[in-house]
Design a protein around this ligand. Sequence first.
Ligand SMILES: *Cc1c(COP(=O)(O)O)cnc(C)c1O
Length: 418
Amino acid sequence: MTTASNLPHLWLPYSQMQTAPMPVEAAATSGSTITLADGRTLIDGIASWWTACHGYNHPHIRQALIQQAEAMPHVMFGGMVHQPALTLAQRLSDRLPGDLERVFFTDSGSVAMEVAAKMAIQYQLNQGREGRHKLLSFRGGYHGDTLAMMAVCDPEEGMHRLFGDALPQQIIADLPTTPETLAALEALLSKRGHEIAAIITEPLVQGAGGMLFHEPETLCHLRRLCDDHDILLVIDEIFTGFGRTGTFFACEQAGITPDIVALSKALTGGTLPLAATIARKHVFEAFLSDDPLHALMHGPTFMANPLACAVANASLDLFDQEPRLEQVRAISAQMTTELEACRSLPGVRDVRVLGAIGVVELDTLDDPEALKRAFIEKGVWVRPFRRIVYLTPAFTITPDELSTLTSSIHQVLKDHLG
Ligand SMILES: *Cc1c(COP(=O)(O)O)cnc(C)c1O
């Protein structure tokens, strides 16, 4: 069998190159379909890692990209600003709850979270609260692949043991989803709250951790505990932001205002890399000082790339002009009805839907590669991981395309399980 290691030069993500099968080659995209180099077309069930919320090649986004490319593809952000970034920062702060109003642009989700962590730790220092260097995060969480973020990911998935001293030692707890876990977190904070700069969580759904859902109430508990202990609440909306859970931002469902929010994935409608870390007024104000050491020392070379900002503005136009959240509701209802058939299959542990996220959880998933191949043979792009098969389609997917996806999942699981 030819494996990924036979590819010339490329090193692929999350792959044991010696055994990973040769990847398929994509040649073109349109709407919810991906055309392969060999001419086959696949209906995309996951919108390219949850980014392509308007489908691929949306003409409004393309138009914005071309226009910006003609005017100014890139310019440094040191000592210089530009209209695409000014407009985008304004629009994000208008959309976010409360006084989340200071936007720091970066180019990937992991880096947006790194910036959030630096902001939180330095916020505490700037206030003269020494010794608050720790971050508290939750089992099942995922916040990126850089070293500092690995340390706040789920300990198993973040390979904490393997990397040992290379990772900073942070505090990992259970999400407070039950009276017991809430009491445990309260006890932990009573003891160690004075060491903690920020609590970090994904809101409503731990995505890469296996599409694990929790109630909005959990976020309310976290907000209250952070207030009680002078800890900042950092909400990682990189996966959930821009409608995926049914509201524009997931934290809206809890009615809370985090101190810092990170956005990326669907920010540009899945066309260009861009991320943002947004701070509340009081967080920003803690950096205003005569002391140069109180400044936030961070600045990616491609910070606020004008092309990326222009397409993010175009993506927000589409949320204003087209009924995206209604489409999410319709997708949610259709997935709830159609994935239900999977529940009675042997080997299926759970079927759950939140917004435009549909999940079939299995007892075990021994050979994900066999399932992936079977999905491609059915003409769909579905990527099982951990113990789950899931759908996070573009919000513009047609009901027929979505039915093809859900019935393919049912058929493939029926053929391969039990
Ligand atoms: C994808 C993701 C990240 C990391 O973003 P990258 O752009 O891949 O660095 C961080 N947090 C969450 C919740 C994500 O889903």
